[in-house]
Design a protein around this ligand. Structure first.
Ligand code: SF4
Ligand code: SF4
Length: 312
């Protein structure tokens, strides 16, 4: 099997996506390296080789580059130079531009690289942006029409961190040459076409409008506790983290970390409301229908659901 060479560069990042990738199981990183001939040219935590040697080899066309994985926001301060985040006398921003010109595919590993994420939240002191988006607005470090040598825009593997299986399976599909479609935010559709709400073990409480006000209780966290599961595209409840659990199953609201508007400028554990109704409704649901549905559903709730007898 032909080798696939991967170069991983951290920019304005916490390293969470690297940590998450290590827990991927289907396939694992080890499987990709041993069985699928994935060659890590450079990864800041895993490579025994020299960064500069590998970088120069790629930039001088002595080393082909298949997958460029960028973790973290692109720091552009001060004054567009990017020198707040640099390697020796070179900004990471300029290194990313140079490597991206050589790569077959460029992947944004996590919401910071995709959309700007946490580092780009107001007041954004280091002028962070995403690789090809600024929040939901197309155009970041690269213009919206930019394409890598493989003909795709930056592939946005959103999440804070991105789900391990989303990263590993996207890499596997690129290694195998399997085609996949991207959504309107350039996220691979196989991993961003379901909502976190789908597969949540608290769904029955949501259906019957059984609203919780305290963390650690059995019911749905959408109405009062800030859960964005019905708005967030991700596989968190259909492919469990570490094969075991998810935020909402463990009793923590989904913060919508795969969205370009993450992090929202609001309290994490509180639902913003217009009157008594959440300001952000489940994806695609209109307010009038929701109002009607909500009161009917609450009236129809069976006793076992009212009494919170169903364990999440
Ligand atoms: S807790 Fe969140 S994800 Fe689970 S059912 Fe309620 S709204 Fe959906
Ligand atoms: S449950 Fe929500 S906040 Fe948590 S990782 Fe999944 S999409 Fe992100």
């Amino acid at each position: 099997m032909k080798k696939t060479r991967l170069f991983w560069l951290q920019c304005g990042a916490c390293g969470g996506d690297s940590m998450a990738l290590l827990s991927a199981a289907h396939p694992s990183l080890e499987y990709l390296v041993v069985e699928s001939q994935l060659e890590l040219l450079w990864h800041p935590s895993l490579s025994p080789t020299q960064f500069e040697t590998q970088l120069e080899a790629v930039l001088h066309d002595e080393q082909p580059l298949d997958l460029l994985c960028i973790e973290g926001s692109i720091v552009t301060a001060p004054n567009g130079t990017g020198m707040f985040d640099c390697y020796r006398d070179r900004s990471k921003l300029s290194i990313v531009e140079a490597l991206a010109a050589k790569a077959r595919y460029v992947l944004a590993m996590g919401t910071c690289a995709a959309f700007g994420g946490i580092h780009a939240a107001p007041p954004n002191p280091s002028d962070c942006i995403g690789l090809q988006f600024e929040g939901a607005i197309p155009g970041g470090l690269f213009a919206p029409e930019w394409r890598s040598q493989g003909g795709l825009p930056v592939i946005n593997l959103a999440g804070c961190p991105c789900h391990p299986e989303t990263m590993a399976q996207t890499i596997a599909m690129l290694v195998e040459g399997l085609p996949f479609e991207l959504d309107h935010l350039n996220r691979p559709k196989p991993f961003f076409s379901t909502l976190v709400h789908q597969g949540c073990s608290r769904n029955e409480y949501h259906e019957y409008d059984i609203e919780e006000t305290e963390i650690g209780t059995n019911g749905c966290m959408f109405f009062n506790l800030g859960c964005q599961g019905p708005l967030a595209s991700a596989i968190c409840n259909t492919e469990l983290w570490n094969g075991r659990n998810s935020k909402t199953r463990a009793g923590v609201p989904c913060f919508g970390c795969t969205s370009p508007s993450f992090p929202l400028d609001q309290e994490l554990f509180k639902t913003e409301k217009i009157g008594t109704i959440p300001a952000r409704l489940p994806l695609g649901v209109d307010r009038a229908h929701y109002l009607a549905y909500k009161s009917l559903a609450h009236e129809a709730a069976p006793e076992r659901v009212r009494k919170r007898e169903m364990e999440p």
